[in-house]
Design a protein around this ligand. Structure first.
Ligand code: SF4
Length: 335
């Protein structure tokens, strides 16, 4: 166990964790909503420091990050636990696992960096389950990774308090942030979180110069209504601008939500067209075969500047950060 960062000691051996906006107030012996931070005799500990459930070098496109070092690989690490409880979670076997009953592999920050280098990865992705609740380990590892010239990525629900995000930001190069829906009611009832704080994280990450891409899992009859999507797109345009890469993914039945169909491809194609018409420059579709939804097009002349196949790069035609045809700058981090 490692003593946690970001908590206050209170009266009678109680503590308040300040890592995420749940701000759990815990009596001695109690564990937070995430299941991985516990108060032991008035000291808050991380139960997952140096404990990994899953490790794999993945194409960066799989995270998904489409405008961050395209064609590179990210050494990916996950552990257990989550501060959300999404009924549709596609990784519930680790996100909702009991830390005490999980068989986890021990790993050190140095080893994460060594593994990334050995596999020829340009980055480490903290992913598979919610990485922000693995804060202490990802922080220590990310510092070492930067010293070795390796970048760091959070694939996250964005439910983290501002101070910890600011603190790790010098070492955090990119985030893919899930937007579960554009409704507080959905976040409250189905995800066990709050939308407003997630939106604040998106704005703060942008202000901290972290590259961000957003992913919206489109669930039939729950968050796919045209008006809700329109509100979301307006918010992105107003608060983040048209160059933020937006991913819309197809839902498949999973965990507690097995009572509904996969997202029809036509729904995603309609959202794609809606987003493009509203002026978003980089829109992508995930978990479906939809050619346009996989590629990057120049926002000025519509030339296909990056061609992708399912989860991978096929051709990157961008030269010096520009469209090879009309020379418009493409907002992308190439290396
Ligand atoms: S990180 Fe865990 S313990 Fe801390 S406030 Fe969030 S849910 Fe609670």
């Amino acid at each position: 166990m490692k003593e946690a960062m970001y908590y206050d000691k209170l009266e009678n051996l109680k503590v308040r964790c300040k890592l995420c906006p749940h701000n759990c107030r815990l009596g001695s012996g109690k564990t937070g909503i995430c299941g991985v931070r516990r108060n032991v005799d008035g000291i808050l500990y991380s139960l997952i420091y140096g404990e990994t459930s899953s490790t794999h070098p993945d194409p960066i496109e799989k995270k998904p990050l489409y405008h961050f070092i395209p064609g590179s690989r990210a050494m990916s690490f996950g552990t257990v636990g989550c501060n959300f409880k999404c009924d549709f979670c596609q990784n519930s076997s680790i996100s909702q696992a009991d830390v005490e009953r999980s068989s986890l592999m021990e790993i050190t920050p140095k080893e994460t960096v060594r593994m990334a280098k050995r596999a020829g990865c340009a980055s480490i992705a903290w992913t598979y389950n919610e990485p922000t609740i693995w804060y202490e380990f990802t922080y220590d590892s990310s510092k070492l990774a930067h010293e070795a010239g390796i970048k760091n990525i959070y694939v996250t629900n964005g439910f983290i308090n501002p101070e910890p995000l600011k603190n790790i930001s010098p070492y955090l190069d990119a985030m893919n942030i899930d937007i579960k829906s554009f409704s507080e009611d959905f976040y409250h009832k189905i995800a066990g979180g709050r939308l407003n704080e997630v939106l604040d994280t998106c704005k703060l990450a942008r202000d901290l110069n972290i590259h961000i891409e957003l992913t919206y899992l489109v669930i039939p009859k729950l968050n796919d209504e045209a008006g809700e999507i329109e509100q979301y797109l307006h918010w992105v345009l107003r608060e983040l601008g048209p160059d933020i890469p937006l991913h819309f993914s197809a839902f498949h039945p999973d965990f507690k939500m097995t009572d509904r169909e996969r997202t029809p491809t036509s729904t995603l194609v309609n959202i794609y067209e809606q987003a493009k018409e509203m002026g978003l420059h980089y829109v992508f579709l995930g978990n479906v075969l939809a050619d346009r939804g996989a590629n990057t097009y120049c926002p000025s002349c519509d030339k296909c500047v990056i061609k992708r196949s399912y989860m991978g790069l096929r051709k990157n035609r961008i030269k010096d950060g520009k469209c090879p045809k009309c020379k418009t700058a493409i907002k992308i981090i190439q290396s």
